[in-house]
Design a protein around this ligand. Structure first.
Ligand code: ADP
Ligand code: ZN
Ligand code: ZN
Length: 763
């Protein structure tokens, strides 16, 4: 009789709650790795997942003591390598194995078993919602339809469909608010909706010749280099990593398409991770036009039923290319040969809830296990990836970097000017230097468009009392309240609490500390910048885009539509405008204050600032007219600011790596952040003190450095007090498992403990 190792779906205090069960002969065929089974644990029925199956018993186990698997609830959802990867994630990121295994289950599976009348058990079907099976395509006459110049959404839609039909569900997910545009165009006979499975539309490739025979002579030199490196890695099949370090517009997406083509030609599948914000219908259309129905989409805005349908198509081997956010990594692609991570430096690839994995590192492990290859792409690669490429190796895999420094279309990169704000006392405007003010006027006069970045929403990020100097704070969180002038409110951006203020300035707006009526709003947020632009350019269309103006469905698209339609318009926004905007008439990009993110006491703040500035710079001059960028800063000598202006990323990387090495931060060490939080500050403090004691005891043997404990910078969030301790460990050290074991027995009711290995958020 075979033995199955089953991870139980129960609350557990250990990482791997796997138990041995006998596989009855009747179930021999059905019970494979990845199956969901029903067993008895103690006296109760329990759901579990088979992670291994063997014909031999481990030494010293008495088979007569083993219980048998009772029933198979769901067929196999993952294979042996996936099981191995799940157990690795559990050890690596200090989360129970079952939490990692759930990542691999089909969307909408609920691990709850229910007894039927006849005594058998089934998994409770979760409410998955309706399945949308319709497709949208251009009609015969629609192929000649040209939308009006100001109909931005129609243009996006027609552009996306020009390469072939798309599923209605995926259009709705990637273009929120598309429904009304669709209705309009359907009435005018431009688009058609049709039921069921569309014909596989494996068309001719778009730019680089036929789908099966790429024309290398039309690739840029950088693209050719990148593809050679990728084919070599594919050929070796040794889990190699190729970092494609290419400026925006250098043709990285074309490289991915060619690489996937190469993998498919070898009979192997591919997974492409894209930050969800970049997953526009155009991007999806590029994949569909190349690989037709073989593409599955994994997007958080799809309904569970739709995600489940996509997952099933992948599992059945019908879809061999998965495009999506982080979770696409766990789809059961047959014969996986290639994983692509676009914008690999994006922090969204780090999951901030348990299991707190990093998609880049999980992907590197996955391709190692599958003997596949990993392609990372970015215009600003992470310091982690750059260092690994410099070393040529990381955890047993080969890492190499290919540069693509030129735009594929030959367009020039914009000109960048730095304005040092120190000592400038601007007249009238508190926000714009004379240079930026002049540039805004000129751009508007020429009927061209401008984009202004200010990475803070609201009018002023804090108020200050002119009499006693106090700054009103949220009573539930240790953060200052942001002043929103239009709504006349003080808002906590941490917990969302709101305090209405009387009309401003108003004698009843009293300092909570001393009662003074003189509360001043000295900081700069999007709302204030919006007001200042209106003052400077009274007849310009000024559009503000931040979390406050884009909360409604389709609001984001409507604002872009207005920006697109109005000559001389100015767009003011937070970092959400830094990505993906592609309007040829934008000739000016202004960064109102480059320092906002630089001041955070977080070792990654310089890297974040550089990435943001570099990205927003790429929004200028995408059309025929050259673009210019003006960056205002009080800290213009800081490499994160100065090197954007001098277009010298290597110097920034050198300077930043030197600092990280000196202070012993990633990518030179692993860093874990363990946070205790709870309502009772004394219990939080004693928990973290106890843990720190255990860590310090273990540190000498483990080669760790323990920093803290200390109160978190955000010491209170929603009335929960927070303390943390940091652990630095050598690269490759088994940190997660060790921390999990040391923290055992701590926390409990009232105090929760979060272990974040390879932490990105340390505030
Ligand atoms: P990235 O992903 O690096 O931003 P894309 O792959 O989107 O770049 O390419 C930018 C633009 O250049 C696209 O319009 C694309 O069609 C075009 N392009 C890409 N490769 C080539 C090439 N070899 N020759 C001409 N145009 C190209
Ligand atoms: Zn006061
Ligand atoms: Zn709050």
């Amino acid at each position: 009789m075979a033995i199955a190792s089953v991870v139980l779906d129960i609350q557990t205090r250990s990482l791997e709650s796997a138990y041995s069960y006998l596989v009855p002969d009747a179930l021999e065929k059905e019970v494979g790795v990845g199956a969901t089974v029903l067993v008895t644990f103690g006296r109760r029925p329990a759901v579990g997942y088979v992670v291994a199956k063997s014909s031999e018993l481990a030494d010293g186990v008495d088979p007569s003591k083993l219980r048998a698997i009772e029933q198979v609830l769901e067929p196999s959802a993952f294979d042996e390598t996936a099981a191995e990867l799940a157990l690795w994630i559990s050890r690596e990121y200090a989360c129970p194995a079952v939490a990692a295994i759930r990542l691999f289950l089909p969307p909408g599976s609920l691990p709850k078993a229910k007894k039927a009348e006849d005594g058998s058990w089934t998994l409770t079907p979760s409410h998955l919602g309706k399945l949308e099976n319709r497709w949208v395509g251009l009609s015969e006459s629609g192929k000649d339809f040209t939308p009006r110049a100001d109909a931005y959404r129609q243009r996006e839609l027609v552009d996306a469909l020009s390469k072939g039909p798309l599923r209605l569900s995926e259009l709705k997910a990637t273009l929120p608010g598309v429904a009304s545009t669709l209705r309009t165009l359907e009435k005018r006979g431009v688009v058609e909706l049709f039921e069921g499975e569309a014909e596989p539309i494996r068309q001719e490739a778009t730019t680089l010749g036929s789908a099966h025979a790429p024309l290398p002579e039309r690739l840029t030199k950088g693209q050719a280099h990148a593809l050679t490196a990728i084919s070599r890695a594919l050929g070796r099949g040794d889990g190699g990593v190729v970092l494609v370090d290419g400026v925006t517009g250098s043709g990285k997406t074309e490289v991915y398409l060619e690489a996937i083509e190469a993998a498919l030609a070898l009979g192997r599948g591919a997974i492409v991770l894209v930050p969800e914000i970049s997953l526009t219908p155009q991007t999806l259309g590029r994949f569909r036009s190349r690989f037709g129905d073989e593409v599955a989409l994994m997007h958080s805005r799809l309904t569970p039923a739709e995600r489940r349908q996509q997952w099933m198509a992948v599992s059945a081997g019908k879809a061999r290319v998965v495009v999506g956010a982080r979770s696409a990594l766990f789809c059961p692609v047959k014969d996986l040969g290639l994983v692509v991570i676009d914008e690999e430096h994006e922090f969204t690839y780090k999951q901030e809830q348990a299991p707190r994995y990093h998609a880049r590192d999980v992907a590197a492990k996955l391709v190692q296990l599958k003997r596949a290859s990993l392609v990372l792409g970015s215009a600003t690669p992470s310091l982690e990836s750059l260092k690994r490429c410099e070393d040529g190796e990381f955890l047993g895999s080969r890492w190499e970097r290919v540069r693509m420094p030129e735009r594929a279309t030959g367009a020039l990169l914009p000109n960048v000017t730095l304005v040092d704000l120190r000592g400038t006392h601007t007249e009238g405007s508190t926000v714009f230097s004379p240079e930026l003010a002049d540039a805004l006027r000129e751009t508007h006069r020429a009927g061209e468009k401008a984009v202004l970045l200010i990475n803070r929403r609201g009018f002023s990020p804090f108020l200050i009392c002119e009499d006693c100097g106090c700054v009103p704070e949220c009573p539930h969180c240790s953060s200052s309240l942001t002043y929103h002038a239009k709504r006349r409110e003080l808002v906590c951006h941490s917990c969302g609490s709101i305090w209405p203020l009387k009309p401003w300035p108003d004698p009843t707006s009293l300092c909570p500390h001393c009662g003074s009526r003189y509360l001043r709003a000295p900081g700069v947020g999007t709302e204030r910048v919006e007001g200042e632009v209106r003052g400077l350019l009274p007849d310009a269309e000024v559009i503000r885009m931040d979390a406050d103006t884009t909360s409604g469905a389709g609001a984001h698209q409507r604002l872009l539509e207005r920006f697109d339609a109005t000559p001389g318009a100015v767009l003011v926004g937070t970092q959400m405008i830094a990505k993906g905007l592609d309007f040829p008439e934008v000739t000016l990009v202004g960064v109102v204050n480059a320092d906002t993110s630089l001041k955070l006491p977080d070792f990654r703040s310089a890297e974040r600032t550089f990435d943001l500035l570099e990205q927003v710079t790429g929004r200028a001059g995408r059309g025929e007219r050259p673009g210019r960028v003006i960056i205002q800063s009080y800290w213009s000598t800081h490499p994160a600011v100065a090197c954007v202006a001098s277009k010298d990323r290597e110097s920034f990387v050198r300077a930043e790596l030197a600092l990280r090495e000196e202070a012993q931060y990633p990518p030179y060490v692993r860093l874990a952040n363990i946070t205790a939080s709870g309502a009772d500050p004394r219990r939080v403090e004693s928990t973290i003190a106890e843990l720190s004691g255990r860590l310090r005891e273990a540190a000498p043997t483990a080669g760790w450095q323990v920093v803290g404990p200390a109160e978190c910078l955000r010491a209170k969030i929603r009335d929960r007090h927070r303390h943390h301790v940091l652990v630095k460990a050598p690269l490759g050290a088994p940190l997660g498992e060790a921390l999990f074991n040391l923290a055992r027995g701590l926390g409990g009711p009232g105090v929760s403990l979060a272990i974040d290995v390879d932490a990105y958020e340390v505030l």
